[in-house]
Design a protein around this ligand. Sequence first.
Ligand code: FES
Ligand SMILES: [Fe+2]
Length: 381
Amino acid sequence: MTTQTRLSLKTDQAASEQIPIAAEASFTHSETFQWTQQWYPMAVAEFLDQKSPHAIQLLGKELVLWCDKDGAWHCFEDRCPHRLAPLSEGRVEADGTLMCAYHAWRFGSEGQCLDIPQSLDLETAKRHRDNPRACAIAYPTQLQQGLIWVWPESGAKAKQLSQERSPRTIPELTEMPERAIKLFWYVRDFPYGWDFLMENIADPAHVPVSHHGIMGNHYRDANYYDMNPVREVSTQEGFAFDIRPVPTILKKAVHDFQPPCHMRIESTFENEGQMILALYASPTRPGWCRHIGCQVLIKDTQGKTPPGLGFFAWPMPVWLGHVLAPLFLHQDLAFLHYQEKRIGHQERGNWLEAVYTPNPQDKMVIALRQWLKIRAGGGIP
Ligand code: FES
Ligand SMILES: [Fe+2]
C-alpha cells in the first residue's frame, strides 16, 4: 500500500470521528495563543528550602527562584548583571536579599541592586547601583494553592498583563474548602516535551494498558468508549471532553484542558462526590517538561469521601507518596520519550499526518494537536 493510499484511507475512516480541521481554519494572528503571557506552576513551595536559591527552567529560560525574609517567592533570570554568574549559586542572606556568590553584589525582591561592596565610596556605590544595568531581571511570581507560579516575561508591560490573568488553580479548594480534601503534591521532571505529556493525559485509553497492575488491567479494561466535546474549543480557554459510556461507578467523567499548563480530570460519583486529578505540565526546555500533580477528593452531599486513585489515595506521609508516584509515572515514560523522538526526527510539525487514529478514544488527543497547530502557533515556542 502506498503512503498516499494509507493516508487517504485513514482520512476516510477517521473523518467522521475527528474534529474537522476546516472549521478551525479561519483564525487570525491576533487570536494566536501567547505562550509567554501565561502563568506556569514551577514548584511546590513546601518542598523548597527557603534559605537557598533554586535553579529552574521555563520555556528554555534559565531562572532562579528564591524566598525573601517575609516568605515571598521571587523569580529572576539566573544571571548576575555584573559578570553573569548564576544567581542560583548565590545565597539568601539574613537580611532577606539575594547575594551573588561571585563578588557579593546583593539584590532585593524586585531585582534592584542593593550593594556593590567593591565600590570606591558610598556615593559612587549609589550611582552604580542606580544604573538599571545593575539590576537582576525579575519575572512576575506568585504563590497560589501551595504552588509557585511564574510568568515568563519581564518588564513593566509583563507585570501589568500578569496581574490581569489568574493562574489555573483548583476552584474547589477556594470555593468549597469544607468539602474538598487535597492529597499530596508530587513533582517530576520528564524527558519528553509538554505536548507529549498533555497528549498522554488527554488519553484515558492508555491507562489500563500502560498502567496495568496499578490502574486497571490490560486484558480486561481496554474497552470501547467515545469522547465528546462538552464545551466549545477556545484559543484562550482550551476545551473539554467527556467519556461515554462512563464506567459503571461514575455518573460523569470529564477531561478538561486549560492552557497553558492544566489538565483537570474530573470523575463524578453518585450524590455529587468527585475525584479530581489536578495535573500540571510546564515546558522547561526542549524535550523536557515538569509535571506537578495532586488528587482532590470532593465529599458528596451526604458527607461521604469518594474513592481516590488506587493506593495513591491511601493515608500516607508525603515522602512515601513521592517514592510511590514514579511507579505509576514511569510506566509509560519510555513510550512518550520515543514518540517524541520519532516525531522530532522524522515528521516534525506533521503529527496529524504521521499517526493513524481511527477510533473515537483519540478525539481529545487530535483536538489537542489541532489546537496547537491552528491556535497556538504550532506548539511550544
Ligand atoms: S558576577 Fe555576580 S557579583 Fe560578580
Ligand atoms: Fe500515563
